[in-house]
Design a protein around this ligand. Structure first.
Ligand code: FO1
Length: 315
């Protein structure tokens, strides 16, 4: 495909497709914008889980089984902290901690998160452009019977057990999309926008909720396609399906397509969801039905290539 590609990503599912895309287009033609709503400050360091998952995946360093952190990690820091009675519910590996320490130091020097991310990517030989959705702090919170919970408290500490009835992105109204993101959106060379198979509510929505982003995507000259994170009524990983049920939505791919609504020019579903096709087409959306489960390198590249071909057919 000719032209630049912009991918909007959360953590593991998005990172896998971003990796596939990185094998299909030249590094200077691919820009990945990651959700930063999951970010938080913990044990004195700035943690950006989705940025790091994409960065480690593109660098070939990710722990693919765990879905976050680094392959071959050691946990001396957590063990020592545990012995001292410190907080260990959010597990920071020894080498992963170096990323957070370096990020925290660079932020303290006054660099923007966008520049810090570029610096970390350079150090890890990631050649694609990886951007935080914003340099401004946006913090996802979920409302449960316990009141509002910070995202990582809900997701990791409480293992998504509390029932959710609302989600908010604290700081979103005063946040601006990162400079590189805004530039990518107006780049005349942009030829495809891919919403990765990430959680629509807590991974993609924070990106879309940034001022002017949704408006920029609706009616963009480049086709906007999304890959369903729901396959056969379930999410491969994470609480997307549970959230859909809690938000009184049917748990199916067509409900995700309807949720994104007029943002989309096309929707990608898994082969297991052929029965969803007509409902999505009834929304006026062209459908691509392929294998969307990315268990191998080949599957990641194949899905990326399928997405790019689909986008090209829509433009
Ligand atoms: N997820 C977990 O389920 N347990 C953890 O202890 C954990 C630690 C962690 C450390 C660094 C990091 O970048 C991510 C980490 N994650 C952990 C993943 C993260 O909480 C979520 O997967 C994302 O926020 C959702 O995309």
């Amino acid at each position: 495909m000719s032209g630049k590609v912009l991918a909007l990503s959360g953590g593991v599912g998005g990172a896998k497709l971003a990796f596939g895309l990185s094998q299909c287009v030249a590094a200077d033609q691919l820009c990945i914008v990651a959700n930063t709503g999951d970010d938080f400050s913990h044990l004195g360091v700035a943690i950006c889980p989705d940025l790091d998952t994409v960065m480690y995946t593109l660098a070939g360093l990710a722990n693919a089984v765990q879905g976050w952190g680094l392959e071959g990690e050691s946990w001396q820091l957590m063990s020592a902290l545990d012995r001292l009675g410190g907080e260990t519910w959010f597990r920071l590996g020894d080498r992963d901690m170096a990323t957070h320490l370096r990020r925290t130091a660079l932020l303290a020097e006054g660099l923007s998160l966008e520049r810090v991310t570029a610096s970390l990517c350079r150090a890890l030989s990631v050649e694609q452009t990886l951007l935080p959705m914003s340099d401004d702090p946006v913090r996802t919170q979920v409302h449960t019977t316990q009141g509002w919970l910070a995202f990582q408290d809900y997701f990791v500490r409480q293992q998504c057990a509390p029932q959710i009835d609302a989600i908010r992105f604290q700081g979103i109204d005063s946040a601006t999309a990162a400079q590189g993101f805004r530039q990518a959106l107006v780049d005349p060379a942009l030829s495809a926008i891919v919403i990765c198979p990430s959680n629509p509510f807590v991974s993609v929505d924070p990106i879309l909720a940034l001022p002017d982003v949704r408006e920029a995507l609706i009616g963009h000259a480049a086709p906007v396609i999304a890959v369903s994170p729901i396959i056969a009524g379930a999410a491969l990983k994470g609480p997307a399906a549970k959230m859909m049920a809690a938000l009184a939505m049917p748990v199916c791919a067509s409900a995700v397509a309807a949720y994104y609504g007029d943002l989309l020019d096309g929707f990608v579903i898994d082969n297991a969801d052929s029965s969803e096709r007509s409902a999505i087409e009834a929304l006026g959306l062209p459908v691509l039905q392929v294998n969307t489960i990315m268990r191998s390198t080949e599957a990641k590249i194949a899905l990326a290539a399928d997405c790019l071909e689909f986008a090209a057919s829509l433009s």
